[in-house]
Design a protein around this ligand. Structure first.
Ligand SMILES: Nc1ncnc2c1ncn2[C@@H]1O[C@H](COP(=O)(O)OP(=O)(O)OP(=O)(O)O)[C@@H](O)[C@H]1O
Ligand SMILES: [Mg+2]
Length: 250
């Protein structure tokens, strides 16, 4: 069976200056949940941009390697095509349309698929996040940060993705909200059978959620393995889980 996503030896450069990613190998098995960890500027968002066809928008380009989704090369394919192929993305910083209503935000996401199934797909999102149903007609800009994150996730889910890429879901949100959203994300993975890549600075969270994990350092994969292997590694315990500093074993 082909993996949901496979990056082989992928390198990326912005404006031809240096490499933001260098020889990156990463595999998401079908139905798998994979975490990508790394400090600020490590290249996590760059990896997601490379996969989702959004690098050019940021003056970046893939300078080497290959990317396959379900066994098919997706390099050079535009973002809208990838969405139709079953790739969903929750971008860093949420990026909801603040002036549009909650429902119109979802409709924008839904529009790449046939109208006939739109209501069913919207209802599925509302079932997952009843808060969005309550606020359906409100401008997205009025939502709380947590609700905006639900909306950003809902906008990706409304296309019923087989592969979901989520960038820094937890950023700036209260822990309770974050765990509620992650719980729903887990449910989505199970019900849709979607494969999921979560990018996180919060290593605790990501390693609890995912079954495999990769650590990016300065554009290179420094470490990978099962989530428990990665959690137990000195690198992650010291740099990402704060174990050495606090003297606790996690
Ligand atoms: N549009 C751009 N033009 C030039 N360089 C960029 C651009 N976007 C990112 N970079 C550089 O590429 C490297 C990786 O950045 P990236 O945003 O992928 O990191 P990240 O791991 O997502 O960080 P963070 O945790 O802060 O979101 C950094 O050195 C960054 O300065
Ligand atoms: Mg980032």
């Amino acid at each position: 069976m082909n993996p949901a996503l496979q990056l082989r030896d992928v390198s990326v450069s912005y404006g031809g200056k240096g490499l933001a990613l260098e020889g990156v190998n990463l595999t998401i098995p079908k139905g798998g949940v994979v975490a990508l960890l790394g400090a600020n500027g490590a290249g996590k968002t760059t990896l997601i941009r490379a996969v989702s066809g959004l690098l050019a928008l940021h003056n970046g380009q893939i300078t080497g390697g290959s990317i396959h989704m379900d066994g098919q090369s997706i390099m050079g394919l535009p973002a809208h095509k990838l969405v139709r192929m079953g790739m969903g993305q929750v971008p860093e910083g949420r990026l909801v349309f603040k002036q549009l209503s909650v429902e119109d935000n979802l409709r924008v996401g839904a529009a790449v698929l046939p109208k006939a199934s739109e209501k069913r797909r919207l209802d599925a999102v509302y079932e997952l996040f009843p808060r969005l149903l309550e606020r359906r007609t409100q401008a997205a800009g009025w939502l709380s940060g947590g609700e905006q994150q639900m909306l950003a996730l809902g906008r990706a889910l409304v296309t019923e993705p087989r592969l979901l890429l989520v960038d820094e879901l937890s950023l700036g949100l209260a822990p309770l909200i974050v765990s509620a959203i992650y719980k729903q994300l887990q449910k989505v993975g199970q019900t849709l059978g979607a494969s999921i890549l979560v990018v996180e600075q919060n290593a605790h969270l990501a390693l609890n959620f995912a079954s495999t994990a990769y650590v990016l350092e300065r554009g290179r994969i420094a470490l990978s393995g099962t989530a428990s292997e990665v959690a137990a590694s000195d690198l992650v315990r010291e740099s990402y889980l704060g174990a050495a500093r606090e003297g606790v074993k996690t």
